[in-house]
Write a protein that binds this ligand. Structure first.
Ligand SMILES: Nc1ncnc2c1ncn2[C@@H]1O[C@H](COP(=O)(O)OP(=O)(O)OP(=O)(O)O)[C@@H](O)[C@H]1O
Length: 296
């Protein structure tokens, strides 16, 4: 398998009044062709900082202090703003956590699609409008024509997120990076949107890097998983291996916390070995259906 994205020794820091805060302590991982990779970890562990560092969308006072992010043989981190802008959108689609931050409030949605075409030297013609309509329908927008004519403030959070996903896929990028893409959506719609994302990316040879707090999403959609804890990747590997035989105590406690939540809920799930603070993690029993158990 060839590698789409190769991140090595990524160090990101924030300059604060109290001094320099190191948020990422040398992160390394790959995303292969047609592969979906998930990033999990508790709030503040650095998931968003990883993806924003890689595509140079980190806001000040954040800055990448070291490392490389090779995409198509080039280091994204060394690119000038003009170069990276050409890559974002056309070759790497990005779905941000907050859809409204990604949409222009004073421009009709259809004009925003046309502007994406224009920014990448393409014609915003009838064919590309048709593609936008198709993508909106594919992400579950009921009346794409109406949405195209409207403004962002007329959309619900869920609708706005679908529009942003359609925009991220619009120029057919090779890699889609999504930061909690379905947080704003209810459970049924989440699955629908994730299925669409998968169909439009991985099943057509594209790759996806997805940040999520939902281990169910990882188990259902991700080939590999990166587990983050306090700015480091403490464990990574094929999802089936990491979730069935977690090696790091943090992964064990993360899985345990879901099992505890699920234990009292809809699914009676087996408890995993180990826990927070333990230094060795024993092999965990394999649940009959991972996707049933890890859904949070
Ligand atoms: N603007 C900022 N100023 C200072 N430090 C920051 C800033 N933004 C992030 N950090 C640091 O980076 C760390 C990682 O933050 P990040 O938002 O990447 O975590 P996350 O895992 O994506 O969390 P969440 O799941 O809540 O989105 C934080 O714990 C904090 O130390």
């Amino acid at each position: 398998m060839t590698t789409q994205l190769q991140v090595r020794d990524l160090v990101t820091e924030f300059d604060t009044r109290q001094g320099v805060v190191r948020a990422l302590h040398g992160i390394s991982f790959d995303v292969g062709d047609s592969e979906t990779v998930g990033i999990v970890g508790e709030s503040g562990s650095g998931k968003s900082t990883v993806v924003r560092s890689v595509i140079k969308l980190l806001m000040p006072p954040g800055r990448v202090a070291a490392g490389t992010a090779e995409f198509a043989g080039r280091n994204l981190l060394e690119m000038r703003e003009r170069e990276i802008r050409q890559i974002r959108g056309r070759e790497i689609g990005f779905v941000a956590q907050n859809p409204f931050s990604a949409l222009n409030p004073v421009t009709r949605i259809e004009k925003q699609f046309a502007n994406i075409s224009k920014a990448h030297g393409q014609k915003g013609d009838a064919a590309s409008r048709g593609r936008a309509l198709q993508l909106l329908a594919a992400t579950g927008v009921g009346d794409p024509e109406r949405v195209m004519r409207g403004y962002a403030h007329e959309l619900s959070g869920g609708m706005a997120q679908r529009v942003v996903i359609a925009m991220a896929l619009y120029l057919n990028p090779r890699l889609v990076i999504a930061d909690e893409p379905t947080t704003a959506l209810d459970l049924t719609v989440q699955r629908q949107v994730l299925d669409t994302l998968r169909r439009l990316t991985v099943e057509s040879g594209r790759s996806m890097l997805i940040v999520t707090h939902d281990l169910g999403v990882v188990s259902e959609y991700c080939d590999r998983v990166l587990v983050m804890y306090q700015g480091s990747i403490v464990e990574q590997g094929p999802t089936s291996e990491v979730f069935v035989r977690p090696q790091h105590p943090y992964t064990v406690s993360l899985l345990n916390s879901v099992v505890r939540q699920e234990g009292g809920g809809r699914h009676a799930a087996p408890s995993l070995a180990g826990g927070a603070g333990t230094t060795t993690a024993g092999p965990a029993p394999r649940p009959a259906q991972l996707s049933d158990v890890w859904r949070s």
